[in-house]
Ligand binder design. Structure first.
Ligand SMILES: [Zn+2]
Ligand SMILES: [Zn+2]
Length: 365
């Protein structure tokens, strides 16, 4: 398999357009045309992971955190990023990062964490706006079905668990073909009035090129009339954090013990327990302190995330319990998530989970 085939699958799982502006997800090193010998999945790309890839005969590392995050001005050996990169380049091992785009999708980092904690009905905590657009076009009525089929196939018309969503309204279109035109119906210089149907469909902005290509290839007119509308709607399936419910309410201490066990963390840093039953739980793998207000507004009893700073713990304000479970620990299941997704699509591909625990943080118990 070529690297680009695997990338195309990863981009379907977590479109690069869903990453944060500060992020650097995507192919960081490598040639998309190269044939893959195998891949290693890890949370972080370190020298040890590159060494492991070499040992296992893999020429691709798929990591959650991007090895190159800031601009690199030189490639000496003065820090681990430069050393890791040099080693990967010399060994011709490609590096692909799937970071905040995987944090933001419904079947991403937080779903993997939420499932492990037994949370039900998981949905995005802070959906992102301005990712959706709407297309309006006008089509001779008898061509509507084939046009809609093409638009749906290009990724338009998906709303939550509903596919092929559209709106149609019958009306009349008019046009006068000018000299040089090759009209589908009508004659040069005469105003033509045609029975047309207005079709409206929503689509994710990053699929616009494909949607417009489907429109132009499947609409019979020489000049296709269409409008693209920017929408400020939130995309309910893309955004930061998730929230879900426990099947049975549990007391705070019991639930935190379960979290500790499920994540394999020796210790959890948390704020005052409130003496309430925990039912609704907000989660955010990695650094999630920016979501505390949204977690409270959504009615969460407890917020599980990582990288909390001392002063930020005060934000709990006796209204919610904040639990810092460790950055790596909260994202560890992302490795299996990627493994399962790739294996399902490419069952015969030599794929490995790294044997390295790349978490740089150790606990002295
Ligand atoms: Zn993450
Ligand atoms: Zn992270």
């Amino acid at each position: 398999m070529k690297l680009k085939e695997l990338i195309s699958h990863l981009e379907t799982l977590a479109p690069p357009a869903y990453q944060e502006a500060y992020d650097n997800s995507g192919l960081l090193f490598g040639d998309p045309e190269h044939t893959l010998t195998g891949a290693i999945i890890s949370i972080d790309c370190t020298e040890e992971v590159v060494e492991e890839a070499l040992q296992k005969g893999c020429n691709l590392i798929i990591s959650h955190h991007p090895l190159i995050f800031k601009g690199i001005k030189r490639l000496s050996t003065s820090n681990y990023v430069e050393r890791t990169l040099i080693k990967a380049i010399k060994s011709d091992i490609a590096i692909y990062a799937i970071h905040t785009n995987l944090d933001h999708v419904v079947h991403g980092v937080n779903k993997a964490l939420g499932d492990k904690l037994g949370l039900q009905n998981l949905r995005i905590l802070a959906p992102k706006s301005c990712l959706l657009k709407k297309l309006s076009t006008y089509c001779p009525t008898e061509h509507c079905d084939s046009l809609k089929n093409a638009l749906f196939a290009a990724g338009a018309g998906q709303i939550g668990n509903y596919a092929e969503c559209s709106f149609s309204l019958a009306g009349q279109g008019s046009f006068t073909p000018q000299k040089g035109a090759k009209p589908f119906v009508g004659t040069i210089g005469t105003r033509q009035v045609e029975a047309e149907t207005k079709i409206e469909v929503m689509y994710p902005q990053h699929l616009e090129r494909l949607v417009l290509q489907a429109l132009k290839q499947n609409h019979p007119y020489e000049e296709v009339a269409y409008y693209l509308h920017e929408l400020s709607n939130a995309h309910p399936e893309v955004g930061a954090g998730m929230i879900g419910e426990l099947t049975e309410p549990q007391d705070e201490h019991t639930f935190l013990q379960l979290v500790k066990k499920q994540l394999g963390v020796p210790v959890i840093k948390h704020t005052h327990l409130l003496g309430k039953k925990v039912k609704k739980v907000a989660i955010c793998g990695g650094s999630g302190s920016f979501l505390c207000a949204q977690a409270q507004a959504a009615g969460a009893d407890l917020f599980i995330t990582a990288d909390y700073k001392y002063h930020e713990f005060f934000d709990a304000d006796h209204k919610i319990v904040i639990a810092d479970v460790g950055h790596f620990e909260s994202e560890q299941f992302t490795q299996t998530l990627l493994f399962e997704s790739i294996t399902k699509k490419f069952p015969n591909f030599a794929l490995h989970l790294t044997e390295q625990v790349t978490n740089p943080i150790k606990y002295l118990i």
